[in-house]
Design a protein. Structure first.
Length: 749
């Protein structure tokens, strides 16, 4: 090893986000002091973002096995699920939160780019994107920074639209929430799904001693330096100085990379392939070697570079976008190079697979770093953090919403205010910036409970929902984790799809805080119990910790991406279709307003005990919805979620643009308060509409399974609910459809 020119001091160690204890372990592994390049390599690979050192123990609680799971969580770049007839889907959700807080356009754009590479690295062609976004409030209020939040929202949405639209991959839906806990620390969780034949799936392993290691795609620059470490620490007022840790994306180049990689994978010369994502060249080399139980040797002088004077430390830690590493059978390198030359891309041989288990980095033949690959990739320290129930919880849960009912006022006005709430309101301002129809396979557009994309040439469609109510998780992390999975599954079932599998993005604050680690563990326990009940194992995902700024941590947000399968029938949408159709409420409404949008929107109160979820009832409801869809009985199905029954009925009337239709409803209130009857967020409830000619057959299916009530009929130009709500559909539609647009236009006026 060459003599290191920079002394490794405690200050340098701390700047690399490495503890002195971890530094001691690094010295044991190496049998010596690391040089600066090696310290940088360890710092990114042992960051939370890459190693999950604070979360690995609790992630073991999640179920990962299932009859359809072909590639499970933690094994590869993305999970893979068998959908039958030789087809598989590869899908995953990941975060790009910190980069989006600093540079929203590029942060979000490169988040999309990274998740797409995870998909086509598996040999699957990406066919759909979705996103789950969280921002602070966009209404000006004392102590809030609405102008900055609007800047973040504008940049993030533009970045997502830019990357997906340019690549010609439809962004078919998602969710957007607004809450003060996300102010300054937005969440940008990007989901992608790809399609392949079972035999086309490729693994990320470096096998075969002497096989060539090829660098594919864009040249390496200094953008994204230390991005994995940046994502593994709190945001502070100094974080703007970390702008170099935000990558810069080029979707047009990635489109070429996509086509070149998929063409290359159709040959038999590829042994393994991996995206250069978090930790860039470092991660892709040591992880492929570790998975293959081999070693790997590269020379950074052979790496294409777009900036002069780059040193090994920079090349190994750069997170420049649109790059991949591929292991090619010895003697077949020319085939890969020929394909990449056709697409006008780099395909440079930078090294080889070795048999000594080392990740060896050279510069012009001189060794500058030598680390055991498996120790680097798999043996980061794993911590069991202290956990403690938060101090705020008992007081928050004991709050009685009824104490506010005297201030509710007119219920029609309350409904309009909820429909105008950005969290509930139509997200058209967002998704109209996305091309959700490119490739013409999107059969259920953004705005329904789940989005649906067909598998062209088959009778199959895939339904996708991303979901999480973070307020529930804040007030009861276990129940909130259960509900996040249950609502995502219910959304998919409302489309008529059988839920198959989950990918998750676990967004939490600093795990060194015992209260936050308790939130993380309890949320995962809730997710586990729900996944087991629905038989939806976790096929992959991402942990994003340290989501907090000087004002405090975000609300715990375990975002769930749920995929479901529809075969041999059209999907169901959420809006009413035809005058005279019968409206049925499935499930029971309870006096459950804790943590509701009603409390947050009307009274600015985020307290109370959130709804309780009976998992057996939730499973029975999902099975019933799928059975009704298979019989062709469902004209519409819409989940009762934020805003309760009144909002669900209003959305069923108004969410089909240009074809809004009213409804007359009379519901048994069972001694409920008016507020709970209309706005309770009790779980496992769905509003369906059916043709009156099928009513008897529908009831025969429902009766043995679920409590239900026939509550009214579709028709007219007004929504009437008992004698409490009576409002023109046009008024409801205007409030709901223009809420975000109106606020954002004020920002740019």
């Amino acid at each position: 090893m060459p003599t290191q020119t920079i002394e490794i001091t405690p200050d340098i160690i701390a700047k690399h986000n490495v503890t002195m204890s971890e530094y001691g372990e690094i010295k044991k592994i190496l049998g010596r002091e690391p040089n600066l390049t090696e310290l940088g390599i360890f710092s990114v690979m042992w960051s939370e973002h890459c190693s999950y050192k604070n979360s690995k123990n609790v992630l073991k609680l999640l179920p990962k096995e299932g009859k359809r799971i072909l590639v499970k969580a933690g094994e590869e770049n993305a999970g893979v699920v068998d959908i039958g007839d030789g087809y598989v889907i590869a899908f995953k959700i990941e975060s790009h939160n910190h980069p989006s807080a600093i540079e929203p356009f590029q942060g979000a754009a490169t988040g999309v780019g990274g998740i797409l590479r995870d998909i086509f690295t598996m040999g699957a062609r990406p066919i759909a994107c979705m996103d789950s976004l969280r921002f602070g409030k966009i209404d000006s209020a004392p102590g809030s920074d609405a102008a900055h939040t609007k800047h973040l929202l504008t940049g993030v949405v533009a970045g997502i639209a830019h990357y997906g639209n340019c690549m010609g991959i439809p962004t078919i839906g998602g969710e957007v929430y607004f809450d003060e806990s996300y102010e300054g620390n937005p969440l940008v969780n990007a989901f992608a799904l790809g399609l392949a034949k079972k035999e086309e799936i490729v693994k990320a392993k470096a096998e075969g001693i002497g096989n060539a290691v090829l660098y594919l795609g864009a040249a390496t620059g200094r953008d994204g330096m230390g991005g994995a470490s940046f994502a593994s620490k709190d945001l502070t007022e100094e974080s703007q100085k970390d702008r170099p840790a935000v990558q810069v994306g080029d979707p047009f180049l990635q489109k070429l990379l996509l086509e070149a990689v998929l063409e290359l994978l159709k040959t038999d010369c590829v042994v393994g392939i991996q995206d250069m994502g978090a930790a860039g060249l470092t991660c892709s080399t040591c992880e492929t070697a570790s998975r293959g139980n081999t070693g790997i040797e590269i020379d950074v002088a052979q790496v294409p570079q777009r900036e002069t004077g780059m040193v090994p430390y920079e090349i190994m830690l750069s997170e420049s976008q649109e790059r991949m590493l591929v292991i090619i059978k010895k003697g077949r390198e020319h085939e890969a190079k020929r394909i990449f030359e056709k697409w006008d891309l780099h395909a440079e041989e930078i090294g080889k697979v070795t048999g000594d288990g080392m990740m060896r980095v050279k510069e012009n033949g001189v060794t500058v770093s030598e680390i055991p690959a498996k120790r680097l990739a798999d043996d980061a320290p794993v911590y069991v953090r202290e956990e403690k129930e938060p101090e705020y919880l008992k007081k928050a849960q004991s709050f009685d919403p009824k104490t506010l009912f005297s201030k509710t006022g007119d219920l029609n006005a309350a409904l309009l205010k909820l429909l105008d709430s950005p969290t509930i309101a139509s997200k058209e301002w967002v998704y109209e910036q996305y091309d959700h129809m490119v490739r013409t396979n999107t059969t259920v557009l953004p705005g329904s409970d789940a989005s649906v994309i067909r598998i062209k040439g088959t009778n199959k469609s895939v339904a996708i929902s991303v979901d999480c109510n973070s307020t529930y998780c804040y007030l009861d992390p276990y129940e909130g984790g259960k509900i996040a999975v249950a609502e995502a599954a219910r959304n998919v079932a409302c489309s008529g799809a059988e839920p198959l599998s989950v990918t998750n993005c676990l967004n939490f604050g600093n795990p060194h805080n015992p209260e936050i680690f308790w939130q993380l563990k309890k949320s995962i326990e809730g997710m586990r119990d729900a996944c087991l009940m629905f038989d939806t194992p976790v096929s992959g995902g991402n942990v994003s910790l340290y989501n907090q700024n000087p004002k405090g941590a975000i609300d715990p947000t375990p975002t769930i991406g749920m995929v479901g399968l529809i075969e041999g029938r059209d999907p169901v949408t959420s809006f009413f279709k035809k005058e005279g159709d019968v409206i049925i409420l499935l499930g029971k409404t309870k006096e459950e307003l804790g943590g509701s949008e009603f409390l947050k929107t009307l009274f600015n109160v985020k307290s109370g005990l959130p709804p309780r979820l009976d998992l057996k009832e939730a499973k029975k409801l999902n099975d019933l919805l799928i059975a009704l869809a298979k019989k062709g009985f469902l004209k519409s199905a819409h989940d009762c979620a934020e805003g309760g029954l009144a909002v669900a009925l209003a959305e069923s009337c108004i969410s089909n643009r240009g074809r809004e239709i009213g409804a007359v409803v009379n519901v048994t209130t069972d001694h409920l308060s008016n507020e709970a009857f209309l706005f309770s967020e009790s779980q496992s409830r769905v509003v369906i509409s059916v043709d009156p000619a099928n009513l008897k057959a529908v009831e025969e299916l429902i009766k043995p399974n679920i409590q239900y009530e026939i509550i009214g009929k579709v028709g007219g130009d007004r929504l009437q609910i008992n004698k409490l709500i009576e409002a023109p559909v046009a008024v409801l539609s205007h409030a709901w459809r223009n809420a975000i647009k109106r606020r954002m236009e004020v920002a740019t006026a």
